[in-house]
Design a protein around this ligand. Structure first.
Ligand code: NDP
Ligand SMILES: O=CCS(=O)(=O)O
Length: 254
């Protein structure tokens, strides 16, 4: 039996690693989305030798486009059984009072609105698939642990976590599983995007940390999706050993 996996944000980082992981396992066909068409074409060529691949150049913030694309998948790719809601980003590292409202809106539109549009559109199909169907949402440690400069990004990932749990309440009895996977410090294009393309800042952040690699997350996603159908991973938080918590900040009046 070949199961269909749909991965949003498959042109880089975790999403690309997930695509490669499922392709190499055999027994899956892939629907891969992203905004960068040329990357999707390259990935389809790379993985097309291992499995059937359908790519969608898609901006998850474009509600009409997402609904149109996901309700008109080619028949061979329409029975999506595993949804990896991975597409997302953080923008800016400064305090809220120095942040751009446009950046805030884009994080909300991508990490919350985009994820919910994709999920809502695919729910009927996932319910049809029943037992073994999975929604794996890529949240973040930021959804549980606030930090300076996290502001809206933390809020969007807190939404992803709680949405994942509440979705399980509604899907009880359908067999569809829902997981929130919450990674910590991971080296991908994430920080490049967050800093507006500052490669030096990205390199500095990860230097010497032995961070999570996208392949580590792909292995976790694959494990969650491959569990026996009667098991649901509600929440999986993963940090590199180099990352931990620090004391509360205390401001003292002079
Ligand atoms: N790296 C980290 O430290 C952590 C990352 N995360 C989360 O993991 C997920 C993947 O991030 P990561 O792989 O690290 O980062 P990358 O920047 O490497 O990958 C992000 C992916 O999301 C896609 N994407 C971004 N915006 C949109 C959009 N509007 N429409 C469609 N696709 C979009 C990008 O594709 P394209 O540009 O082609 O559209 C790209 O494929 C994100 O949700 C992120 O918040 C969570 C915890 C830690
Ligand atoms: O989600 C990404 C990890 S962090 O930048 O919030 O620590």
């Amino acid at each position: 039996m070949t199961d269909t996996v749909l991965i949003t944000g498959a042109t880089s980082g975790f999403g690309l690693a997930c695509a490669r992981r499922f392709a190499s396992a055999g027994g899956y066909r892939l629907v891969l989305t992203g905004r960068r068409s040329e990357r999707l074409a390259d990935i389809a060529k790379e993985l097309g030798e291992q499995c059937e691949v359908h790519t969608l150049t898609l901006d998850v913030t474009d509600r009409e486009a997402v609904v149109a694309a996901l309700t008109s998948l080619p028949e061979a790719f329409a029975q999506v059984k595993i949804l990896v809601n991975n597409a997302g980003l953080a923008l800016g590292t400064g305090p809220a009072q120095e942040s751009s409202l446009e950046d805030w809106q884009r994080m909300i539109n991508t990490n919350i609105a985009g994820l919910t549009t994709v999920t809502h559109t695919l729910l009927p199909t996932l319910i049809e698939q029943g037992k073994g169907a999975s929604i794996i949402n890529i949240g973040s440690i930021a959804g549980n642990w606030p930090y300076p400069g996290g502001n809206v990004y933390c809020g969007t990932k807190a939404f992803v976590e709680q949405f994942s749990h509440a979705l399980r309440c509604d899907l009880a009895g359908t067999g569809v599983r829902v997981s929130n996977l919450a990674p910590g410090l991971a080296e991908s294009e994430f920080t490049l995007v967050r800093t507006g393309g500052d490669q030096a800042a990205s390199d500095k952040l990860y230097a010497g940390t032995n961070p999570i690699k996208p392949e580590d997350i792909a292995d976790s996603v694959f494990w969650i999706a491959s569990l026996p159908a009667h098991l649901n991973v509600n929440q999986l938080e993963i940090m590199p050993v180099s990352q931990a918590w620090s004391p509360f900040s205390i401001h003292r009046e002079s």
